[in-house]
Design a protein around this ligand. Structure first.
Ligand code: ZN
Ligand code: FE
Length: 256
């Protein structure tokens, strides 16, 4: 993980906060603000000074700690420009094509509407690290609160285009529940069975299942597997579009 230190902070019941620290410049950012106290405590523990908050979307468990953390640290706030009306008081509103940086590390912004209409992800291309908020979960994806299935499929497709080694940092530990559903969609998938065994082992020890390499998700996550012949046969959607297959799987998960 050339030169970046990522501190994963369990917050609330199942959120993860992330501090990303660049030892070279001393700069530190937090991806979202699920719990101001937990994040401030972690900064103190590491003796890091916060440069900025980078928000993925407006939900309270992602931006709810913005004001308290800015007040305590004087940091800057970067928020998705598609949600400027929902995340008040940011210093910079950013979208696809904009770049942010952590020290000398350039970070790509990918717009991934679907869960919310302005959701963005932060990708450290060189380091092969992506912070995906509530767009992609291990064996799952975000609920479609503000977007259509077609939009979300397009968003997930952008993430799928990243290199397989990319480590995916999701904002929630939902993996074990997601696995129960995934197993009903593609039980014959041996990669999925291997991942479920790994998940049971990790959760049994109280360890996180996140981060996870993108390649593992592409091989196991039903929401990224609309092309799978086994899934299409099971759903009787052999000739449907990928986004239609995705939409059906999302609907089935909502009803699960
Ligand atoms: Zn959310
Ligand atoms: Fe969330």
């Amino acid at each position: 993980m050339s030169n970046l230190i990522i501190k994963q902070i369990p917050c609330l019941s199942d959120n993860y906060g992330y501090l990303v620290h660049d030892p070279q410049s001393g700069a530190t950012i937090t991806i979202d603000t699920p719990d101001a106290n937990a994040i401030l405590e972690a900064l103190k523990e590491e003796n890091w000074q916060l440069s900025a908050i980078w928000n993925t979307h407006h939900h309270w468990d992602h931006a709810g700690g913005n004001a308290a953390i800015k007040e305590a640290t004087g940091c800057l706030i970067f928020a998705p420009k598609g949600e400027a009306d929902m995340i008040k008081g940011a210093d910079h509103y950013i979208g696809e094509g904009d770049s942010v940086s952590l020290g000398a590390h350039a970070v790509q912004i990918i717009e991934t509407p679907g869960h919310t209409r302005g959701h963005i992800c932060y990708v450290f291309n060189e380091e092969r690290v992506a912070f995906v908020g509530d767009t992609l979960f291990s064996l799952g994806c975000g609920r479609l609160f503000e977007g259509s299935p077609e939009q979300m499929w397009t968003s997930l497709s952008k993430l799928m285009a990243l290199p397989d080694e990319t480590r995916i940092y999701c904002a929630h530990e939902y993996t074990k529940d997601n696995a129960r559903f995934a197993n009903t969609i593609e039980p014959e998938n041996t990669d999925l069975q291997d991942r479920i065994a790994q998940i049971d082992n990790l959760r049994g020890k109280g360890a996180p299942t996140i981060p996870v390499p993108l390649g593992v998700e592409k091989a196991t996550n039903p929401f990224l597997r609309a092309q799978s012949p086994a899934i299409r046969t099971r759903l009787k959607m052999e000739n449907a579009s990928d986004s239609a297959v995705f939409a059906r799987i999302r609907q089935m998960k909502d009803d699960f």
